[in-house]
Design a protein around this ligand. Structure first.
Ligand SMILES: Nc1nc2c(ncn2[C@@H]2O[C@H](COP(=O)(O)OP(=O)(O)O)[C@@H](O)[C@H]2O)c(=O)[nH]1
Ligand SMILES: [Mg+2]
Length: 212
């Protein structure tokens, strides 16, 4: 069954291969981590509903990508349909951190003039002994790129996964309400839906919500 929703946000997960993008998505949407899997997992697309504050239902369209496909048109069309991006690196692989600036610039260039809200994820924080990137360094990069939140997470140990997706959602929501995310014709990154009374879902209200 499809839900009615107040807002729909497209969110893309980007970063090099093997950093754990699909695992983060699987943990967030299915609540599990597949320990036995060694090869990269490719999930294309997931949906998650968040009742984010009472009476506000947000539908998240979550687009997974494969790192090696970064130049392929499919990733680009996901970017175009997104307002938020989880930019992921592997804390135990320094080169995945060093490539973040490229990822960031590519996305910004591609989605222009639309807005993209980023969250930076240092992933696999369960591998404490093997870390090659410090929290301070990652926070410095986030600040430099104008990214509000840096989170160290682990899909394996279920650390900070829900909160990463939720902080990004919250930031998008707040920026939208502050008028900092304009909606353009033909752009599907952020949509405002028919307001629904969650406790009487069969009776959608007729007036439009909020500022739009
Ligand atoms: N230690 C650890 N390994 C992880 C974690 N998340 C994913 N992995 C492993 O990293 C590899 C790549 O994960 P995957 O999600 O397919 O990465 P993707 O290519 O970025 O989608 C797999 O072998 C996973 O088991 C994590 O939180 N901790
Ligand atoms: Mg994958």
């Amino acid at each position: 069954m499809d839900f009615s929703w107040n807002y729909r946000f497209g969110i893309i997960i980007l970063g090099d291969s093997f950093v754990g993008k699909s695992s983060l998505l699987q943990r967030y949407t299915e609540g599990m981590f597949d320990k036995s899997r060694q090869s990269p997992l490719g999930i294309d697309f997931k949906v998650k509903h968040l009742e984010f504050e009472p009476g506000i239902l947000i539908k998240l369209l979550l687009w997974d990508t494969a790192g090696q496909e970064r130049f392929k048109s499919i990733s680009r069309s996901y970017m175009r349909n997104s307002v938020g991006c989880l930019l992921v690196f592997d804390l135990t692989k320094r080169q995945t951190f060093e490539r973040l600036r490229d990822w960031y610039n590519e996305v910004i260039d591609y989605v222009k003039p639309s807005k993209m809200v980023f969250i930076l994820i240092g992933h696999k924080c369960d591998l404490e002994e093997e870390q090659e990137v410090s929290k301070e360094e990652a926070e410095r990069l986030a600040k430099e790129l104008g990214i509000t939140h840096y989170v160290e997470a682990s899909a394996k140990d279920n650390l900070n996964v829900d909160s990463a997706f939720e902080s990004l959602t919250m930031e998008i929501y707040e920026l939208f309400h502050a008028g900092r995310i304009p909606i353009r014709e033909g752009w599907y990154g952020l949509s405002v839906g028919v307001p629904v009374d969650l406790y009487n879902p069969d009776e959608p209200k007729t007036e439009k919500s909020g500022c739009c």
